[in-house]
Design a binder for this molecule. Structure first.
Ligand SMILES: NC(=O)c1ccc[n+]([C@@H]2O[C@H](COP(=O)([O-])OP(=O)(O)OC[C@H]3O[C@@H](n4cnc5c(N)ncnc54)[C@H](OP(=O)(O)O)[C@@H]3O)[C@@H](O)[C@H]2O)c1
Length: 352
């Protein structure tokens, strides 16, 4: 069994090879509602000069994430470089802490090359047999969110039943996979199309799945999990959170990871679950979390996941979009559900 289950979106772009210029994406407009391609612009500038205490990184893989849609409202400056996670290779160094050839993780992405200081870059461990992309997928912030939500927030126990929303996405597929290895009994997922629901049960290890467009989420979840669930891993908010509250057994737990349904709607009141007070009646625990407050859990995740990845018992499900030119398309596609698993943009076609 392969270690990553990848969808590759189209062929490598001929223009995406390493170039003498730095190519970047700027945000040039604030979206109203869903983000659009016109909100971004590609710019080129000379490669940054390496000075003492810095190193130049050629970015190999870039991460696009739902939180970036929130950053577009007021977090990112217009006409300025954007941030985002990347895995890259040091190609020139002015610091003894980073050597040419080192593989690093850093946050200066949406660009082909980045100038980093050692404290901004994390040297990546080389795990034989584990692909580099896993450091943005199941071993990256995506997998870590799933791990923290399951183990630290929900404290999932062996034999418990789980509901995961946005189950076919990066965090969702990682939550399903990790939960299985943590001993979950029945795992149910929601997603945005019948095809993705089919993939959840036939390829991604879920026991039942539904397309949330087919009715009320609470009804669809009640049908998919007629005996209820012990834990909900919530990525969507609104009607999904309402459905989770309805499906949870007394004293169940909700690990609230995200609310992707509301990121395009900053100007509207968030859709609150109408049954919120059932949290009291059922004695539920509803707890939100930010993965960045749990970075110390990375070593726990790696200890757990790396041997499973090496043996093939665990896979990092990814949609790889080929070519820096297609990063905006990859981001917008992810926001609209075009992905299965973690969305990663491959900058350098031959990157292994
Ligand atoms: N708390 C933290 O620290 C933390 C860290 C990382 C991620 N997160 C959150 O985790 C969630 C998943 O993130 P991810 O990176 O793994 O992204 P992802 O799930 O790979 O991609 C986003 C997915 O959201 C779904 N979606 C979009 N609009 C929706 C809507 N209106 N209703 C229901 N589903 C919708 C789409 O799938 P469908 O085809 O299923 O619609 C899409 O594939 C997000 O809420 C994100 O903000 C939180």
């Amino acid at each position: 069994m392969s270690i990553t289950a990848k969808n590759t979106v189209n062929a490598p772009s001929a223009t995406a090879t390493a170039s003498p210029v730095n190519r970047l994406v700027h945000q040039v407009a604030r979206p109203r509602g869903a983000a659009r391609a016109e909100d971004f612009a590609f710019v080129s500038e000379p490669l940054p000069r390496v000075v003492a205490g810095t190193a130049l990184v050629e970015n190999l893989y870039l991460s696009v994430d739902p939180y970036m849609r929130e950053m577009m409202d007021d977090g990112w400056a217009l006409h300025a470089p954007l941030e985002g996670r990347s895995v890259g290779r040091v190609v020139e160094s002015g610091t003894p802490e980073l050597a040419v050839g080192d593989l690093v993780f850093h946050r200066h992405a949406w660009r082909t090359h980045a100038l980093v200081r050692p404290e901004e870059a994390r040297l990546l461990p080389r795990y034989e047999g584990v692909p580099l992309t896993a450091h943005l997928g199941i071993l990256g912030g995506t997998g870590l969110s799933a791990w923290v939500g399951l183990t630290r927030v929900a404290r999932l126990q062996p034999g418990e039943d789980l509901f995961v929303s946005a189950a076919a996405g990066g965090v969702g597929t990682a939550a399903g996979r990790l939960a299985r290895h943590l001993g979950a009994r029945r795992i149910v997922g929601s997603t945005g199309s019948p095809e993705k629901a089919r993939r959840l049960t036939e390829e991604l290890g879920f026991d039942a799945a539904f397309d949330y467009h087919q009715g009320q989420v609470a009804d669809l979840l009640a049908k998919a999990a007629p005996d209820g669930v012990d834990v909900a891993f919530e990525n969507v908010g609104g009607d999904h959170l309402e459905g989770a509250i309805a499906a949870l057994r007394p004293h169940g737990r909700i690990a609230w990871c995200g609310a992707v349904a509301q990121y395009d709607r900053a100007d509207q009141p968030p859709a609150a679950p109408r049954n919120l007070y059932d949290v009291v009646g059922k004695g539920l625990r509803l707890e939100g979390f930010l993965v960045r407050e749990h970075l110390d859990a990375r070593s726990e995740l790696e200890d757990f996941a790396v041997p499973l990845l090496r043996s093939g018992a665990l896979v990092s499900t990814e949609t790889v979009v080929d070519g820096f030119d297609r990063i905006v398309e990859g981001f917008l596609g992810m926001m609209h559900g075009a992905n299965t698993g973690k969305t990663i943009v491959r900058v350098v076609p031959e990157a292994a």
